[in-house]
Design a protein around this ligand. Structure first.
Ligand SMILES: NC(=O)c1ccc[n+]([C@@H]2O[C@H](COP(=O)([O-])OP(=O)(O)OC[C@H]3O[C@@H](n4cnc5c(N)ncnc54)[C@H](OP(=O)(O)O)[C@@H]3O)[C@@H](O)[C@H]2O)c1
Length: 293
């Protein structure tokens, strides 16, 4: 367990983690790279890629400390278990400190401390505060919205003949997951940033949901209007479509935050960090939309 690792990436079985690992292997082919998973059965596929797998859940402080032994730079990809994340992340931070990790980068949320969203930012702010209270050298990757989030809803919009939401005329400066992965790799492989460095990361271009629906209409060859709803009606519609209540509430709150500019930033740190323009949202939409839906 004490084998030295240049990098350890948490959330390695997730979508962002997979992209980070792929890009990190390409950027640092000589490095010893570790992947943290919570399910031991996920190890074989990662080991086959030449990665060193360590197993620990964010819920298990002792296993985390053992998993972090010998790690120089750690990427904490935020947990997907909304509601449990503040405690889980503080377990990771405490274990990283005990294990003597040299640097930790954390995937937070765009404008975490001033965001108008009310559901998601709280746990990210708590994690940022736990990092600030630790003795660790750390950086905050405040990730904006993935373009893939709205692309995921495009199938339902095609099926129902309308895109529904509660984002009003709010502009959304999203970027592809692969862009955020590239930013994480740039920060991990570059010179270690000063303690507490904050990167506000957003896409170079932006759109309203009306513009998104127009682009979807063009791709599909049929008119898909955007229908704006109140936050409560949108949450009810999502729940009616089968989403669990808390997820529907979180998505409707995020749209309501977007209406107030919460998913927008004209900060170009992301493209500067990755040394190229961010992936155009239309490209992500075109690649991700299933026209036979
Ligand atoms: N910026 C955005 O638009 C946006 C959108 C969605 C999510 N996010 C956040 O960004 C994170 C990464 O995004 P993603 O698309 O890669 O999400 P994802 O595909 O759902 O991956 C989440 C990862 O977290 C791991 N995980 C969850 N609970 C854990 C625990 N208790 N202990 C250890 N690992 C645990 C999962 O492991 P398993 O494979 O074992 O489940 C998985 O590897 C998400 O978790 C979420 O916090 C951001």
């Amino acid at each position: 367990m004490s084998e030295k690792l240049d990098y350890l990436i948490t959330g390695a079985t997730g979508q962002l983690g997979a992209l980070v690992l792929e890009q990190l292997r390409a950027a640092a082919p000589e490095a010893r790279i570790g992947a943290l998973v919570r399910r031991a059965e996920a190890a074989a596929a990662l080991e086959a890629q030449g990665l060193v797998v360590r197993v620990a859940s964010y819920d298990d402080p002792a296993a985390l400390e053992a998993a972090f032994a010998g790690v120089d730079k750690l990427l904490l990809i935020s947990s997907s278990e909304v509601g449990k994340r503040a405690e889980q992340h503080s377990n990771v931070i405490a274990a990283a400190e005990k294990a003597g990790v040299g640097f930790i980068a954390y995937t937070s949320i765009l404008n975490a401390t001033s965001s108008p969203l009310t559901v998601l930012p709280g746990e990210h702010v708590a994690t940022e505060e736990a990092l600030a209270a630790s003795g660790l050298t750390y950086a905050l990757l405040r990730n904006g919205w993935y373009s893939e989030n709205y692309v995921m809803g495009a199938g339902a919009a095609l099926e129902h003949g309308a895109l529904i939401g509660a984002a009003g005329d709010g502009r959304i400066a999203s970027a592809a997951r692969a862009d955020f992965a590239a930013a994480a790799v740039a920060v991990l492989t570059g010179e270690t940033p000063a303690r507490g460095t904050v990167y506000e990361l957003a896409g170079d271009d932006s759109y309203t949901l009306t513009e998104f629906a127009a682009a979807l209409s063009e791709i599909a060859g049929k008119e898909i209007p955007y229908v704006n709803m109140s936050e409560a009606d949108y949450a009810a519609a999502l729940e009616g479509a089968g989403l669990p209540g808390p997820v529907a509430h979180m998505l409707a709150d995020s749209d309501n935050g977007a209406a107030q500019g919460g998913l927008y930033s004209d900060d170009k740190t992301l493209s500067q960090l990755i040394g190229r323009p961010t992936t155009p949202w239309r490209q992500t939409l075109k690649a991700g939309v299933k026209l036979d839906a």
